[in-house]
Design a protein around this ligand. Structure first.
Ligand SMILES: CC(C)(COP(=O)(O)OP(=O)(O)OC[C@H]1O[C@@H](n2cnc3c(N)ncnc32)[C@H](O)[C@@H]1OP(=O)(O)O)[C@@H](O)C(=O)NCCC(=O)NCCS
Ligand SMILES: [Zn+2]
Length: 223
């Protein structure tokens, strides 16, 4: 994929051959970022309760008093991130500080709606049909592939420094440069994440609402 990047931090492509260098740093940040209040993916209990790392200082579930466990195991995160290297078209970018610490991460890949649904959207058939109808009405080509914009995150200690905005605009530039391949993007996020307003500000269209506790939504845009 063509990539033009202009940012004060060092941006590199994450690939199978450099993954090990950043593996532990990525795992640590994945956990911290998604443990925050909007996602509550810090601890989980077998009863279904989940919360941020800092919500329960004694690691016991406040609903059933069972011992909680990490929402994501290290292996799970590693496997999940590494799975992108098996895809035909993907991009995973890391923003690095001058001391080579990971500050931010974003990734996306290309697939059709059915493939994306199996892997990320998880809509039952009637709901997928609903999404297809909405997309069709808004002139998306549902038979063509989409970019799936997967997670974008910034180290919690480095948030509110405009890096998120920087990443989003770089993302957008890369997708535009490659629009001869694919010219539509879909993203799953949550109304509770700051990403929600950032995407609305960029004229992303709200095309589906999940009606779950995390208030997940799907956005789409023609790049
Ligand atoms: C969403 C996320 C990536 C944003 O990253 P960030 O680096 O903190 O974002 P920015 O600093 O670029 O801030 C974006 C907004 O905050 C505002 N902002 C940033 N720094 C600011 C500051 N110092 N003072 C006031 N406002 C500020 C900007 O105005 C911008 O708002 P705008 O779009 O209305 O102009 C980050 O909050 C995050 O990692 N969240 C957790 C993971 C997540 O939910 N990711 C999305 C999943 S899909
Ligand atoms: Zn419990």
């Amino acid at each position: 994929m063509n990539t033009t990047i202009d940012t004060p931090l060092n941006v590199i492509s994450l690939e199978n051959n450099n993954f090990n260098l950043y593996r532990l740093n990525i795992v640590e940040l994945y956990r911290q970022v998604f443990s925050e209040s909007s996602w509550k993916e810090g601890w989980k209990c077998s009863c279904g309760f989940q919360c941020s790392y800092w919500d329960i200082p004694d690691w016991f579930c406040s609903d059933c008093w069972e011992k909680m466990q990490d929402y994501y195991s290290q292996e799970e995160i590693e496997w999940f991130v590494k799975s992108i290297f098996e895809k035909d078209y993907y991009q995973a970018l890391l923003w690095l500080s001058s001391s080579n610490k990971v500050v931010a991460f974003t990734w996306w890949w290309i697939d059709n709606l059915v493939g994306l649904n199996d892997e990320k959207l998880w809509l039952c058939m009637p709901k997928l049909k609903e999404l297809r109808e909405t997309l069709k009405k808004r002139w998306y080509d549902i038979e063509e592939a989409f970019y799936y914009q997967s997670e974008t995150w910034v180290d919690p200690r480095e948030q509110w420094k405009w890096y998120g905005k920087d990443i989003i605009s770089i993302n957008q530039d890369i997708l535009r440069e490659n629009q001869d391949k694919v010219s539509q993007v879909i993203q799953r996020t949550s109304k509770q994440s700051r990403m929600f307003n950032m995407r609305l500000a960029q004229w992303y269209e709200l095309v589906y609402e999940y009606c779950d506790a995390a208030e997940r939504v799907l956005f789409a845009k023609k790049v």
